[in-house]
Design a protein around this ligand. Structure first.
Ligand SMILES: C[S@@+](CC[C@H](N)C(=O)[O-])C[C@H]1O[C@@H](n2cnc3c(N)ncnc32)[C@H](O)[C@@H]1O
Length: 262
């Protein structure tokens, strides 16, 4: 189309818009059209990106987000369909869980299975844990977690030994040390079942202090069914389980059936 024709058409449209919507209304309309146009072209998120959380702003890290697993590089697809999307725990929630029960922080390692971008690792590092491990099966999230660990500068940090490992939680070899395990609803149904069995095996082979902090406990009934754990605290937002040194038999604490002499 001829340039003068385009100009005249645009002028007529603008004129009509001003008559119908007024000057201010037309400005708003044009801004909205430009915003949509920019979005369609894949414009940078600055147009309508969500606000950066206080946590990320304060510590100059990148733990925000709501990432679908279908957009991430998951190392092994076996447990991918029952994995949950990345979403970070809020600092307030983390503190509420940690304060809900007297946990043996100083003698324990802290492990977040499904660690994502590592926010919980950074929060945990403000407490005197022996060391901290993040377990995550999405490669790109693990890389971000590593960068966050590197970039986190806090004068009040109490644990400086942090690492993020890229591995499926159901095969992660648990260190044989007192453990505080954190889970923010990382996986569902069968995968949780498989994971619990994996945790029970390490506990059976090496009895030790073992706590599970389970946030958004959608599959708490599976943990409740374990003869190796007891609930010690519960709210609608989280459950804390304590590993048993002497395992429940028919709901009573005692030696596990398969470890008894008779
Ligand atoms: C809800 S996010 C929790 C993130 C972090 N723990 C927090 O609280 O800030 C769940 C995470 O679990 C990870 N995940 C899901 N299934 C997994 C598996 N089988 N092994 C390791 N990580 C897994 C997801 O990639 C996601 O990053």
């Amino acid at each position: 189309m001829d340039a003068s024709l385009v100009f005249r058409k645009a002028y007529r449209q603008m004129h009509r818009a001003v008559q119908v919507h007024g000057v201010l209304g037309t400005v708003r309309l044009v801004a909205e059209k430009l915003r949509r146009y920019g979005k369609e072209l894949g414009a940078p998120a600055s147009f309508d990106s969500p606000p950066v959380s206080n946590f990320d702003q304060m510590w100059n890290v990148q733990t925000d987000g709501n990432e679908d697993l279908s957009e991430l590089q998951v190392i092994d697809k076996t447990n991918y369909l029952l994995g949950t999307r990345y979403q970070p725990t809020s600092p307030e929630m983390f503190n509420e869980i940690i304060e809900a029960y007297p946990l043996p922080l100083q003698e324990s390692i802290f492990i977040d299975c499904g660690a994502g971008k590592g926010r919980v690792l950074l929060l945990a590092s403000e407490l005197p844990f022996k060391r901290i491990i993040g377990v995550e099966f999405a490669r790109d999230l693990t890389e971000i977690a590593r960068a966050n660990i590197q970039g986190y500068r806090s004068l009040t940090q109490k644990c400086g030994q942090l690492q993020a490992i890229c591995v499926d939680a159901t095969i992660f070899p648990f260190p044989v040390e007192p453990t505080i395990l954190y889970l923010y609803n990382p996986f569902a149904g069968e995968v949780m079942r498989k994971f619990i069995e994996h945790v029970e095996n390490t506990l059976k082979q090496h009895p030790r202090t073992f706590f599970v902090l389970y946030r958004n406990p959608k599959y708490a009934s599976l943990w409740d069914g374990s003869k190796y754990f007891n609930r010690v605290r519960a709210t609608d937002k989280f459950v804390i389980y304590k590993g048993l040194r002497e395992v429940k038999t028919n709901g009573v604490e005692g030696l596990p059936r398969d470890n008894r002499d008779n």
